[in-house]
Design a protein around this ligand. Structure first.
Ligand SMILES: [Fe+2]
Length: 333
């Protein structure tokens, strides 16, 4: 229990001290900062079998640093599943998500998915993805994300991470106050044919139940398209520090509307006002300065606190890039 005493603290310095305490007691791994900005990198010391690592130390790194990358353990999809099973037994599928993912492990629980996004065009999209927390636009949001690199892109394509606690602290007082005062409204509008894919059902009553269960307003329009609204703070409290973090799907939603010109996702304040352009710019600038990259090699994995950290990806051209993801609804630690 000694290792757990510091996890409910949130200053950067205290987090570092807490992590260092853990490092001193970890004999079976080498642990060092992922970079100057954020995260922990773990490499083998006495064993390269990830299942033999001290699970208590790994949990503490996740709690204190928010992002833990493992290199040199040469995981495959089966080992990835086994290892993530050792940290939780509550995984979720992607029903109601804004993106389509191919399920990788049909033979077991079907919660390992490949983020290779080919839907509708038959080949992988390679554009960069802005920072976001997964599924922050719906109430069914995973607490922890597991990523595994099957094949890195030949160039680019790194997953990005940004500490939302640092981002919130880095904003101007007026932006912090605005985010404190006004919650975000995620408006999503899917055409007939689209929503059946994203909600993984043709049964509209199941979507009605889903939206009722997760506090979403649902409208079925005359053309059989559906429109949903979900309102939630853009600066929720983190699971382990219980402190405010800029951890939401604002930037990726705004990117879809303003950069990609899509008509499916809109992010507004709850009073339907737009996020002011200067605020959007400030948020992009501050978060970009705080963004670290995961230098993927095949067999690497990462564990990310989805209540605290934002993640995204850099652009790439190599369509063979393959990253697996497993969303953990909750953990009991
Ligand atoms: Fe994501």
């Amino acid at each position: 229990m000694l290792l757990l005493q510091n996890y409910k603290v949130y200053s950067r310095e205290t987090i570092k001290v807490s992590s260092q305490n853990v490092l001193q007691q970890a004999s079976d791994v080498n642990a060092e900062p992922l970079c100057e900005l954020t995260g922990i990198l773990i490499t083998p010391s006495t064993t390269d079998n990830i299942l033999e690592l001290n699970i208590r130390i790994i949990k503490e790194h996740v709690r204190t640093s928010g992002a833990v990358v493992f290199k040199g353990f040469n995981l495959d999809a089966a080992l990835f599943e086994q290892f993530s099973n050792s940290l939780s037994n509550d995984f979720m599928n992607n029903m109601g998500s804004g993106s389509w993912r191919k399920t990788q492990n049909y033979s077991s629980d079907g919660t390992i998915q490949n983020v290779t996004y080919t839907y509708g065009i038959g080949h992988q999209r390679t554009f960069p993805l802005p920072l976001h927390a997964d599924r922050a636009y719906v109430k069914s949001r995973p607490e922890v994300m597991f990523f595994m690199c099957e094949r890195p892109a030949a160039e680019g394509g790194r997953t990005t991470v940004c500490d939302g606690i640092d981002a919130y602290k880095g904003f101007s007082k007026s932006t912090r106050e605005l985010l404190d005062r006004k919650r975000l409204k995620y408006i999503r509008h899917y055409q007939d044919g689209e929503w059946q894919t994203l909600y993984q059902t043709h049964d509209f009553s199941l979507i009605e139940k889903y939206c009722a269960d997760y506090d979403m307003l649902l409208d079925r329009l005359r053309d059989n398209s559906i429109r949903t609204e979900y309102v939630h703070t853009g600066v929720p409290l983190t699971k382990w520090q219980q402190t405010k973090s800029f951890c939401n799907s604002m930037q990726i939603g705004l990117w879809q509307e303003y950069v990609m010109g899509r008509k499916t996702t809109f992010v507004r304040f709850e009073d339907d006002s737009e996020i002011p352009e200067d605020v959007r710019q400030e948020i992009d600038e501050v978060t970009e300065k705080l963004t670290a990259e995961i230098p993927w090699e095949a067999g690497d994995i990462a564990i990310v606190d989805n209540t605290r950290m934002l993640h995204g990806r850099r652009s790439f051209t190599d369509e063979n890039r393959s990253i697996l993801v497993r969303m953990c609804r909750s953990v009991e630690w």
